[in-house]
Design a binder for this molecule. Sequence first.
Ligand code: 6PG
Length: 247
Amino acid sequence: VFYSFPESTTLCNVLTKFIAQTARETIEKKGKFTLAISGGSLPKNLSLLIERKDIEWDRWHVFYVDERVVPFDHAESNHALCQTELWSKVPIPAANIHTINEELLTAEPVDLEELADEYQSQLIEHFVSKDAARFPVFDLILLGMGPDGHTASLFPGSAQLDVDETCWVAYIEESPKPPPKRITLTLPVINHAARVAFVATGEGKQESLAITLDQPEKRYPGSRVRPARPGVVYWFVDDAASALVKY
Ligand code: 6PG
């Protein structure tokens, strides 16, 4: 499902309604809504969520699509960003915000493998034991896309794109985009989600969006996001970002 909007304000409006409605319908069916959220420019584009009165925040569970390995009070932390932009402004219980492990994060030196494994354990605990599923199935995963074609912390050509189905959280030691150390959900997890929504705005994304959508042979990470049916991929982009996409 592909939506391109002339103005990013309209995009934010429609995206917010889509998230609120998805959450409502999921909570009606399952009693809870589990979201994975990216960092970058995305959290700011969701600010209209704060004003909505129809969101049952205590039923929401939030994980991070990717996290930069910096302390939680660091300006580059995705959790800090989401906390400032969103979570501090709504009544979501702190226990429902599933961050990477703070103790492991602040250890010197940080053991990235252990940090990723611990986050994978949190996924197991949330999804596998409670829902008797073999895989984490997010109700919604919100992804951004960088001008270099990365999504989550999966960069074009990176080894983390080819992990097997048992690796749900990968770590990166030398990310092309700073900060260098990161952890990220992997394609197997993203491709098990019920819904994946990409959000990309601005001229800077033109080329990477066109390659992702029109040149799958280049194997950009976004073109490898194909949730197994009945999963659906949504694109919420603005006309500036989609200018080079062929329909
Ligand atoms: C991160 C983000 C990342 C982001 C893209 C797009 O930690 O870097 O989670 O995956 O979604 O880089 O970022 P922008 O929206 O800022 O271009």
